[in-house]
Design a protein. Sequence first.
Length: 122
Amino acid sequence: MQEAQGYPYITEVAAGFGGGIAGEQDVCGAITGAVMAIGYREGRKGGNLMEIAQAARPVVRELYEAFQERFGAVDCRTLTGYDYRDPEQEKKGHDDPERIRKCSEYKEWVLRHLLQAEQLGA
């Protein structure tokens, strides 16, 4: 999709979000990536930055709240059960098949949620 739209390196722009922004685990990377996608979508509709932000805010808030309700948290540390500030825990987390499964579930849920919202005209 990113190449079709002429932005072959767009995912690289978000590389620092892994592990909840530089491994600090404040907010799940699936959410921060979705926030970028929502802003991008609203920006393509036109308007100044304030108008774009006002259009994006309720969509982002709804996603954030729905994610928190579904998974019980939005911070990576709680969601994964690992503290990535500790290099040993970070390695364990990256090698843990259950953590990998959970993160895949979070990303898939966010993507499906965004696609559903798009179909509903959000």
